[in-house]
Each structure stands twice: as structure tokens, then as C-alpha cells.
Design a protein around this ligand. Structure first.
Ligand code: ADP
Ligand code: ADP
Ligand code: SF4
Length: 586
């Protein structure tokens, strides 16, 4: 079985010479494999021989031809001829948090639109509800879809991009929340999500992290059969992520809750079962049966699904226990004495420290604890209140919140900042792994959140500077993209001997990326203590001790896993002060 997908946004027949039709071998021998209808091409899949010539000839990379495994039946839904095809569906189960794990553009929102009754599945043709129900008869999914078809199910849905909420709501937070209070749970949610100080603020004045918490409260406050959260972690710090995980678990005591999440430590903690989704983003997606969360995440990292007999990635994503570099070999970039910065309501105290050339330092700490203030002082943008600090360092900075405010194209932006844009180093070490090659002609204003993030990371690394600072590069990136971005940042630091500082709350990303760690402690909004940069293990121990959670390494993939509170390992590791590595390794 073969499917041919044409990306309608990329396909621009007015700007090409219809290469797909011209070079297609069956067309040359008289078949109507590719025809032009209303000036756009249509590919008839059962006439296509799968040679892939059109894929290579299309100047805009608009065509994907994929062979599917033979045992695959018809799709559950297809967006028309040569449109995206979805195979399989997840099953919402009451009293459980079910996770969805897969790349962006693989059909998660499509699946949820079907489960919510917003989109009627068409089985890849014009199927009626009867045909759909017949196909799934006798399964839990069939029972669920029957409910959807007969009387509808009520869904409460938290969208992926909370930054867009102020465009559709204005007025104070209270107004938005009160509208959603359908099961008398709002005051509890306001308290647990620490929103009481926000309720009288205008929605438009909220930060991304505040919007995220308001959106989670509003979604959970509704009285629905099925709750769906499309990413909960962006802009939240680790404390807030763990807190939200607990809230969703209590919601799932008598409701069906489904969550898309790319922070794997959080997903591991949050969900009981997960469905993996693999395929080709933008072309087709296959949703697996539910798997236990540990096995599912491990299979995802390995890129290998034994039950389905599918390998969807060549290599596995590996977590190494890195050996620290020998300190005396590495020249320092900056050595600073202790300093403070005092604002009217906030005080930052920094311990003395050294940042070395060519290293990646991960920065961990709550929101509002002074991380940005510290960086501004390092960059010489702000002066410390006490302590001398004479920094001439040139800093390239990627902020946490991204905004595309003009219609320059991706290529226009990157050419304006990267002196080596045309070099093979830039193309192969940066643009390709960041997945930007096909986005080059897109205006920034038309990019999705994840695409904009990848462009912003790339632009940050492209500028000439001594120190590169990236604030939450993981936001809106899927697991694959996070791992690739981590590799790009690490190799960039190694090959250019520049220093990269990364603030992020995704423990897996920090683990893969960093050589050393800087931990911020204190009281958000009041006091921040910036500790000196430490070796990974020491740093993680210091950080996790404050949160009160311990991690062990998974035997199979070496990935960190949160220990159950009060379990044997949790208690033992706490006693030994080894919060991050399992006792066997220490
Ligand atoms: P995800 O939620 O995993 O990011 P989506 O379900 O939003 O993925 O989209 C999967 C694919 O389906 C994308 O390539 C998207 O372009 C396509 N798609 C989504 N909605 C439509 C639609 N209404 N018409 C045609 N194609 C669509
Ligand atoms: P983080 O980056 O860790 O989220 P920030 O350094 O941005 O934290 O902020 C720490 C605290 O300092 C916050 O409470 C913030 O309101 C306050 N703050 C930051 N900049 C200023 C300023 N220019 N004037 C007064 N207060 C500020
Ligand atoms: Fe024609 Fe199919 Fe080959 Fe494309 S892949 S050129 S449609 S035969």
C-alpha cells in the first residue's frame, strides 16, 4: 500500500514548471498518475509506482510518497485525496491519565477532534457513522465512538498555544474562570494553581506561565466526559509541572483525561498508559495500542516497537552518564566575585563562579527566582548593586517568549545574522538538524510555535558572540526536535569553543545537553540565590534535594525516572544524599 501526500501550502504550481507531472514515468507512458485539476496536482495512488522522482523534482518539497506496511487497513480519517491520513485512534479511559507521545504534525489534534465529536471520521472515503461504528464494533473504542455518534460527548480542551488566548478573550482573569466553573471546583483549582493573586489582572497582562496555569484551571473546572490537555509544560517551572501533574491525576479519579506532553520526565510521572504515534509528520500518522508508560517511553526512545514490528527511527536516543572534564584543561571565559542585585521587591545574591570556554551550562530554578537578572548582569546590560562586575562579553540571547512581528522570511532573518550562511558547516551542522531547510521561504508570521522556536534557536547560535544564552528552548518542540536541538547546541559549543547557557525545565534535555549545572534557590519573586556552577551530579543533587524528589536511571535506556515518593529507593537515595543517580551507580 502506498500513499501520496501533497502539502497544499508548499505546492505552488504558478512558480514551477509542473516538474512532478513532466518527469513522472507512468505519465510519460500515458497513465493519468498525476493530473492538474484547478491548477493543483492530484496523484492517483494506485497508478503510482513509488519511484519517488516527483518527490525529488518538486522544487518546493511539497510531495511525500510513502510505502505503508501491508497489514495496515484503511485510515480512520483522511483529509481528502493526497491529504494527511490518520491510522488508529487512542482510547479515552475513565479514571486514568492517558498520554499521547509523538512528533508535531502527526495527527494528535485530528485524533482528539474525532474523539470530541468535532470531526466525523471518514475512513479515508465518505464513510457514514454506521460504517465507522461497524469497523470498531466490539472494542472499547467502538463503545466510546457510539456515544460520540449518538448523543455526543462533552469535551474540555486546553489548546497547545496559550499565548493566543489573549487574542480571543479580554477582561480580567476572574471573568474567564467563572464562565468555566461547572462543577464547583474552581476555588480549589485557584488555590492549587496559585492563581488567587492573578484573578483581578487583565488576561492581556499575564506572562506565558500565568496564562498556562489559568488555561489549565479553566479546562479542569468544566464538567466534561473527556478532558484533553495539549501540552501542559510550556513556560512552567519544574515545581509547577509536578503540581499540575498531581492536579490532573486527581481529575482522573472519576474522569477520562488525555494529555499530549513532550517533557518525558513529566509524562512518565503523570500518565499510566500512553499511545505512541509514529509516521511521517504532515503525511500520515499511526497511533499504537496503549502501552504502559515505562515500556512506551522506552520503545519511543529506541525507535522500535516490537509488538507492531516497526522500527521508526534508525538510532535510539541514548542517555549517557557523562564523565566530567578535567578542569585544569579548560580555559575560563569569565570569573566573577560574589555580587547582589536589589530591586524594590526582589534581591538576587550570586555566589562567586567561573564559566569556561566551550562548555554548555544548564540552568535550573523556579520562575521568578532571578535567572534573567543574573544573565543581564553577566551580559553587562544591568549593573550589580554590590560587588564589582566589569563585563565586556558579547551575548546572543534567545528569550523565553517569542514573537514574530514582521513578515521577513526565515532565510531573510538567518542571512541577516549568520555570516557563514552559505558555508557547508552552517548547512549541515545547523540548518539541516534543526529541520529548517524546507521552511526557508516561509514568512516568520506564518510559522507554528514549534517552527518559530527552531528558527529562534538557530538565529541565536548564528550571531557573533562570546556567550550564548537560550531561555527555554524546549517550549513547543517535540521529543525528536528537543534531542536534535540539544545535539546542535552541544556540538556548536564544542566546535566553536563558545559558551552556551541554557535555562530549561525539561530534566531530560538538561541531562543530555549540559556539562555543568547552575542551580537557583530562594523564594520566587522575593529572593534568588545563584549558586556557583557545579558538576552535573552535584548540581542535580542540590536541585532535586530542594524539590524533594529522587531519580533513578532506567535499566534499559539509562533515562532518569522519578522514584515513587516513600518507595524503598526514594528513601534510600535520600538517606545517602544521592537524589539523581541510583545507589548502584554511585
Ligand atoms: P498534531 O496535533 O500531531 O500536531 P494535527 O492533527 O494538527 O497534528 O495535523 C496533522 C496533519 O493534518 C498536518 O499535516 C496538518 O497539516 C493536516 N491537517 C490538519 N487539519 C487539516 C484540515 N482541516 N485539512 C487538511 N489537512 C489538515
Ligand atoms: P526568572 O528569570 O528566574 O524568571 P527574573 O530575573 O526575570 O526571574 O525576575 C526575578 C524577580 O525580579 C521577579 O520578581 C521580577 O519581577 C523582578 N524584577 C526583574 N526585573 C526587574 C526590574 N527591572 N525592576 C524591578 N523588579 C524586577
Ligand atoms: Fe509518478 Fe508516483 Fe513516481 Fe511520483 S512517485 S513520479 S507519482 S510514479
Amino acid at each position: 500500500m502506498r500513499i501520496a501526500i501533497i502539502n497544499r501550502d508548499r505546492c505552488q504550481p504558478r512558480k514551477c514548471s509542473k516538474e512532478c507531472e513532466y518527469f513522472c514515468p507512468p505519465v510519460r507512458t500515458g497513465d493519468e498518475t498525476i493530473i492538474f485539476e484547478d491548477s493543483k496536482p492530484l496523484i492517483t495512488e494506485n497508478l503510482c509506482v513509488g519511484c519517488g522522482i516527483c518527490v525529488r523534482k518538486c522544487p518546493f518539497g511539497a510531495i511525500t510518497i510513502t510505502n505503508l506496511p501491508e497489514e495496515m487497513s484503511d485510515p480512520v480519517h483522511r483529509y481528502g485525496q493526497n491529504g494527511f491520513a490518520l491510522y488508529g485512534l487512542p482510547v479515552p479511559i475513565e479514571v486514568r491519565v492517558t498520554g499521547l507521545l509523538g512528533p508535531n504534525g502527526i495527527g494528535k489534534s485530528t485524533a482528539v477532534a474525532i474523539l470530541s465529536g468535532i470531526l466525523q471520521p471518514n475512513l479515508g472515503r465518505n464513510a457514514s457513522w454506521e460504517e465507522v461504528l461497524q469497523r470498531f464494533a466490539g472494542s472499547a473504542l467502538g463503545d466510546y465512538l457510539k456515544k460520540v455518534a449518538e448523543k455526543g460527548v462533552k469535551t474540555s480542551y486546553k489548546p497547545q498555544y496559550v499565548d493566543r488566548i489573549p487574542k480571543s478573550y479580554s477582561g480580567p482573569v476572574r471573568g474567564l474562570l467563572e464562565r468555566t466553573d461547572e462543577r464547583d471546583a474552581l476555588s480549589d483549582l485557584v488555590e492549587r494553581l496559585v492563581l488567587s493573586r492573578l484573578v483581578d489582572r487583565e488576561i492581556s497582562s499575564l506572562s506565558g506561565g500565568e496564562l498556562q496555569r489559568v488555561a489549565i484551571a479553566a479546562t479542569a473546572a468544566r464538567d466534561a466526559d473527556f478532558y484533553f490537555f495539549d501540552e501542559i509544560s510550556p513556560y512552567l517551572d519544574i515545581y509547577q509541572r509536578i503540581n499540575v501533574a498531581r492536579i490532573l491525576q486527581s481529575l482522573a479519579k472519576d474522569k477520562a483525561v488525555m494529555v499530549v506532553e513532550h517533557d518525558l520526565a513529566l509524562l512518565d510521572l503523570l500518565a499510566e498508559n500512553i499511545h505512541l504515534i509514529y509516521g511521517v509528520p504532515g503525511a500520515y500518522g499511526v497511533i499504537t495500542r496503549p502501552k504502559g508508560v515505562r515500556v512506551g517511553i522506552n520503545q519511543y526512545l529506541r525507535g522500535n516497537l516490537p509488538e507492531e514490528n516497526v522500527r521508526f527511527r534508525e538510532s535510539s536516543i541514548c542517555f549517557e552518564v557523562h564523565a566530567p572534564r578535567i578542569e585544569k584543561d579548560i580555559p575560563s571565559l569569565i570569573a566573577y566575585e560574589a555580587f547582589t542585585k536589589v530591586y524594590s521587591t526582589f534581591r538576587l545574591q550570586a555566589e562567586p563562579g567561573v564559566i569556561r570556554r566551550g562548555e554548555v551550562v544548564g540552568i535550573l530554578g523556579a520562575n521568578g527566582i532571578g535567572k534573567s537578572t543574573y544573565i543581564k548582569i553577566l551580559a553587562g546590560v544591568e549593573k550589580p548593586t554590590t560587588g564589582s562586575f566589569d563585563s565586556q562579553l558579547k551575548v546572543s540571547y534567545k528569550p523565553q517568549y517569542l514573537k514574530a512581528d514582521n513578515d521577513v522570511t526565515v532565510q531573510g532573518l538567518l542571512r541577516s545574522v549568520a555570516r557563514n550562511f552559505d558555508s557547508s558547516y552552517y548547512q549541515t551542522e545547523i540548518l539541516r538538524p534543526m529541520g529548517l531547510e524546507l521552511l526557508m521561504d516561509q514568512p516568520l508570521l506564518e510559522l507554528s510555535g514549534g517552527e518559530l522556536q527552531r528558527v529562534a534557536i538557530t538565529a541565536c547560535l548564528s550571531r557573533e558572540a562570546d556567550l550564548y544564552l537560550l531561555d527555554e528552548p524546549s517550549a513547543h518542540l517535540d521529543v525528536e526536535q528537543r534531542m536534535l536541538a540539544a545535539k546542535v547546541m552541544r556540538r556548536f559549543a564544542e566546535s566553536t569553543e563558545k559558551t552556551v547557557l541554557v535555562v530549561d525545565h525539561d530534566i531530560y534535555l538538561i541531562d543530555l545537553l549540559s556539562e555543568r549545572l547552575m542551580v537557583f534557590e530562594g523564594e520566587p519573586g522575593t529572593l534568588g540565590i545563584a549558586h556557583t556552577p557545579l558538576e552535573m551530579r552535584e548540581g542535580m543533587n542540590a536541585f532535586l534535594k530542594v524539590i524533594g524528589i529522587t531519580f533513578r536511571r532506567d535499566e534499559e535506556t539509562r533515562r532518569p525516572r522519578v522514584n515513587k515518593p516513600e518507595s524503598r529507593l526514594d528513601r534510600m537515595q535520600k538517606e545517602q544524599g544521592e537524589y539523581y543517580y541510583s545507589v548502584e551507580e554511585s
